[in-house]
Design a binder for this molecule. Sequence first.
Ligand code: ADP
Ligand code: MG
Ligand code: MG
Length: 886
Amino acid sequence: HKYVYDFSEGNKDLKDLLGGKGANLAEMTNLGLPVPPGFTITTEACKAYLATGQQPDGLAGQIEAHLESLERAMGKRLGDPQDPLLVSVRSGAKFSMPGMMETVLNVGLNDQSVVGLSAQAGGNDRFAWDSYRRLIQMFGKTVCEVPGEEFEHALDEAKSAKGTHNDLDLDADDLRGLVDAYKKIFLKHTGREFPQQPREQLDLAIRAVFESWNAERAILYRRQERIPTDLGTAVNVVTMVFGNLGPDSGTGVAFTRDPASGAQGIYGDYLANAQGEDVVAGIRNTVPLQELEQLDKTSYDQLLGIMARLEEHYKDLCDIEFTIERGKLWMLQTRVGKRTAAAAFVIAGQLVDEGLIDLDEALHRVNGAQLAQLMFPRFQLDHEFQPVAKGIGASPGAASGTVVFTSARAVEMAAEGKSVILVRRETNPDDLNGMIAAQGILTSRGGKTSHAAVVARGMGKTCVSGADEIEVNVPAKRFTVAGQTVNEGDVVSIDGTTGKVYLGEVPVMPSEVVQYFEGSLDPEHIDNALVRAVHRIMTHADGKRRLAVRTNADTGADAARARRFGAEGIGLCRTEHMFLGDRRELVERLILARAPGEREAALEALLPLQRADFEEIFREMDGLPVTVRLIDPPLHEFLPPLEQLAVNVAVAQERGEDVAKEEALLAAVRRMHEENPMLGLRGVRLGLVIPGLFAMQVRAIAEAAVACARGGGVAKPEIMVPLVGAVQELETVRAEAEKIIAEVVGDSGVEVLIGTMIEVPRAALTAGQIAEAAEFFSFGTNDLTQMGWGFSRDDVEGAFFWRYLELGIFGISPFESIDRDGVGRLVRIAAEEGRAARPGLKLGVCGEHGGDPDSVHFFHEVGLDYVSCSPFRVPVARLEAGRAVV
Ligand code: ADP
Ligand code: MG
Ligand code: MG
């Protein structure tokens, strides 16, 4: 079994095996770019190690062999006292998990080789001891779980003893002293001396990288990002190059385009005389990459050349880590870079213009989740609001909230329902919980590539980073800016697009993308790269998709809005809201009716109201199909709650008032009380036991359609019967409905379809029979999920879903994204057997899954005709339906 690959043996398509970092290091090596030599231990080896707790057979020998050939190639031996080869040991999973797992630099240094390293660097003691103290710090923290603060504390003490804030002011002697202090810390926490054997250092570091796959924060990050739990990480062993050799050395990160806006140009951060982690951690403030041109023009030009080459090769935005060692440029990492939603659309459009990709590929490169993000509102700024600070717009959006300074406090206040802004000097992986809980993140340090920025962008969370006018004082729970003090509990607003920070709550305005969908921004006539790119890609998606997209709408206003968003009809018009408000009174009369006459009177009073509702909806959806669901919820939902009513009656009785009417109501509520209303008297069952109820609704629908036709419109009603489990139920409703329709429609030319929801598992399993009586099926995947799993959504989501997600029983809530294997199988069976019994049977879905990107792809695969979702999700569904095809 081959567990170890030299960089020259891999390529970018081997991400499963070599992880993203390893695959791309191999790709760059093979492109002839300057990559320090090294090798990659596969994810297979990691998985084997995690399964057994031991390195798989053969791994040790292969590592040995690759290390030897690396030593031969470099002409140095690992940790050699005179001229040591040093390596970094870097994690790298298939999907990038920035800062989530472990990396150890400078492996191979010990009390002897530190001297050799100094001599080789021309007697640069400061550099050698700085590298050694970094090794002990990183090794201690990540391999041996020594608390990182202890090292930081010792570093701070060394600096304050020297009277400085800048680690560059520490000289070789200070750093040698720091190494001693670090070793003591190491001994105290691990009970052993810092390991002096280079090979032992290497093996322990490799093991730690394997184990970091299951670190708590890595698990949390994977859950948030929906990364599978069983992939494992690869380990890259890379020859060290040094950015901390002096002012002619340094390290940096870069993007080939602006990952926030997509704009073309040079984007990156550079830090002279520093080692890797310093840039991303925001330890010192970086300079913009452009300044490298003054510092080292040769390397700068070479870097720009490589960036152009990488973009052309990957045909996409790339991000890059590089180091300059005494004027020599080294590439340490590249990958197709993360980007904001806006940048994703803009860049896809640009790459089409540049001829690097076609429109199908552009459609691939964006997704519905990004589009949904772009439909969020933005700040509405007038003169009243002046920014108090400007940082870097690291992840767009407009967020206002209460200031908090710790992750724990963010979690606490979010749980109280408050919107919070997490303010930190810089974030690190320990802040992940707080970042998830917060509305937005504000840091005073770090660039576009800092931890805060990268993680926030991935989460779609608003972030302003590097707002360095802000002085953060975490222990005192306050920050100061522009002479003002902001305490925990005060409100601030941050704009993740412009990087501006405001005190107080700034009002928000709708997004341009929404304005475009609503028709108030013409993409041909405005200079807005985002709107133009969205328009172009949406147009392509519409041209490609096979699935139609309808909307769930219960009112004319919703219908009109959804239509502007591109809805091609209504897939679910719920009729229950038509029984609320003033009409409750009529429903009460209906329920309390004793004699047939009373019930009929109540229904007759409801009829014109319902008809008017339907007329309005048909008018807005003129020419498009409208699926109306007959009343679904149990009728007691329209009555006052039992406890409240009982109290009212008791109080009134006490006062000696006449409570005959209330008592009758109370009796009815008691009679209708259900232990488990979700599985009780609802849907078609109501229609079968309450005479005249469905008939009234059918009549209202048919009359409204005829009225529309007479007014010159085209109404296409589809009457949908909920909760059917047996064909006989549907046949009974159908027989009554057909009579009424025939009578009302006459020769008006109106055509009314009758179909059913498929939301009870039995309906899915007897779909062949049910199709005989149905002209269409609409999958009610919310109820189908509840009944398929046997749990009630309202009760379980808060109660135990977190545990199921933690255990990996769900990758994602089955209410958010359809469970393909179980509930999805029911859909598949019903679609196949329904169509076999009635070719041309119309199939759609009207659960919330209709607007979920993954589910849309599933519905496309099983051959449905349309999905239906809330108006706001309509563009998302259109885009994803297009993506399902290309
Ligand atoms: P992450 O995935 O968290 O970015 P990396 O493995 O990329 O972790 O390494 C952390 C930092 O150390 C990066 O800045 C990287 O460029 C730097 N680094 C890694 N390996 C080397 C090396 N061989 N020489 C110099 N710097 C390195
Ligand atoms: Mg990296
Ligand atoms: Mg339902």
